[in-house]
Design a protein around this ligand. Structure first.
Ligand code: SF4
Length: 503
């Protein structure tokens, strides 16, 4: 079996999903290879002769080897300006690589002027005309050597930026290797399949769509026998670990799926009804310690939607042996300054925290389960402990009006010294959640695969007004602007921990 992670996603760390599948398959004696087509494809594209002639592109082309080396060098992360220039130059070079086909490739995205990843007809067109994809010359040479002796090709599709590339690769595989069984899974596919009334439009192209964890299905498909062992520590060994764009290996690891809180009204996890499943804390901590000893990461990325308080305590008791970061909640554990200091000693360099709003009424209506007084205390504790905070805000929810958005601004200004990085999102209403049923949903939609729907805001706080508020008022406030300048361009939270000490 060959498991493929297609382009485009941020190439800063190895893909966790296929690494986890590989370990479980190997535990069942099923041979399997991994291909990070995202990393390999992007690096190949960066080596191609330069098509553009403008000054910036020529400079980016001339300096590409130096910029890639800089992004793999810890020294670069001490100079945000040098880092920012390297990222933007590399991204510029990628953007000039696909203009003949009209596609714009980036370090974090893939845009096409006509084809949308939200329309199944466009994905089928990408498969049909796969030779127009900017990665075609690379994958049409690389896939035949990787598919030699393989019976099953599995594609892991997690982000919208991967969708057109995934289908182009599938179209090529279908045409050149018609005897192969093609399986498509991953987070985005899971979201599609969980939509009520889902009907598979890819039946003629893909043999199997898999929603949720794919181990059991793949073991059955490969003729594996015995009860499925659902967990084995992910295997990264066959991936090119030194080539990712980071100052050392970032080790991704998920101790759970779903969310232990599972209460926020706007949350896609909740709308999809994803159950919470977690590994025993002992198991997760042992995995992390073993993986750290074996691979020597510079950073551990905990992928859980929210790291449970039990796992936080486990990490304090048995530190993993490398710096780590991930999403946590404003829970009462973090309101204890001693606990925050202990977290820091365990290696925690940054926590991503979803506050969404600085207004208690909004926070309550979103069912965040957060008390703003506790949130203030948590932020102060983390600052004192030396743990950076990447704070997530959400504007334009049905629960909010302009006056309340302004209270979020006031909250950020009051806590400016404790917030290292900020993420501001515009609310998207999950198309099939309980909220959509309660609101005046508009018939506008971007495509048959769209997971979100437009809605009429009950109090007139629509997207145009929210955008105006963000652009004209929120982002321009000197305290906010100073925090926003900290954000690493394009890689954002994936590289932010490397700047945590300098903020
Ligand atoms: S804490 Fe995060 S993952 Fe959990 S329900 Fe809320 S938004 Fe969803």
């Amino acid at each position: 079996m060959l498991l493929i992670f297609p382009p485009v996603a941020k190439p800063s760390e190895p893909p966790a999903g296929i690494a986890r599948l590989a370990s479980v398959l190997h535990a069942h004696g099923i041979p399997c290879r991994l291909l990070d087509a995202n990393l390999e494809g992007l690096l190949w594209l960066l080596e191609q002769p330069l098509a553009a002639t403008d000054t910036w592109s020529r400079r980016a082309g001339k300096n590409i080897a130096r910029n890639l080396a800089a992004l793999r060098n810890p020294q670069t992360y001490r100079s945000p300006d040098r880092y920012g220039r390297a990222v933007k130059d590399v991204n510029r070079l990628l953007a000039t690589a696909g203009p003949e086909q009209g596609a714009v490739v980036g370090l974090a995205d893939y845009q096409h002027p006509r084809l949308s990843p939200l329309r199944s007809a466009d994905l089928l067109a990408a498969a049909e005309r796969h030779e127009e994809n900017p990665f075609f010359p690379w994958f049409s040479a690389r896939l035949p050597e990787m598919l030699d002796g393989v019976r099953i090709a599995g594609f892991s599709l997690n982000y919208l930026g991967q969708a057109l590339g995934t289908f182009a690769m599938i179209g090529y595989v279908r045409q050149q290797f018609p005897e192969l069984t093609v399986v498509l899974g991953g987070g985005l596919v899971t979201s599609w399949v969980k939509r009520p009334g889902w009907r598979n439009p890819f039946g003629g192209l893909v043999d199997h769509l898999v929603d949720g964890p794919g181990e059991e299905f793949l073991i059955g498909l490969s003729g594996g026998a015995g009860e499925c062992c659902h967990h084995a520590p992910p295997e990264f060994d066959s991936l090119p670990l030194r080539k990712y764009l980071a100052p050392g290996l970032i080790l991704p690891y998920a101790a759970s799926s779903g969310c232990y809180w599972n209460g926020c009204t706007f949350c896609p996890e909740r709308a999809e009804g994803n159950a919470y499943r977690s590994l025993p804390v002992e198991r997760a901590v042992s995995d992390l310690r073993d993986l750290t000893a074996r691979t020597g990461p510079v950073l551990i990325h905990l992928l859980d939607n929210a790291i449970s308080p039990a796992l936080l305590r486990g990490l304090v008791e048995r530190p993993p042996g490398a710096s780590w970061y991930g999403f946590a909640r404003f829970d009462c554990e973090l309101a204890d300054p001693d606990f925050c200091r202990a977290l820091k000693r365990s290696g925690c360099v940054m926590l991503k925290l979803g506050l969404e709003s600085g207004d208690q009424g909004v926070v309550d209506r979103l069912n965040k389960g957060i008390d703003l007084v506790t949130a203030s205390r948590v932020l102060a504790n983390l600052r004192q402990a030396g743990i950076a905070v990447y704070l997530y805000l959400l504007f334009g929810t049905p629960a909010e009006t302009e006056a309340e958005a302004r209270r979020t601004l006031e909250f950020v200004v009051r806590h400016r010294d404790s917030i290292s990085f900020l993420n501001r999102a515009l609310f998207n209403m999950p198309a099939f959640g309980a909220e959509a049923a309660e609101h005046d949903v508009e018939p506008f939609y971007e495509g048959d695969l769209s997971l979100y729907t437009a809605f009429r805001h009950p109090r007139g706080w629509d997207r145009t007004k929210v955008r105006r508020f963000l652009n004209n008022e929120f982002n321009r406030h000197p305290a906010v602007a100073a925090i926003l300048r900290n954000d690493p361009p394009l890689f954002t939270s994936n590289h932010a921990p490397f700047f945590a000490g300098t903020r």
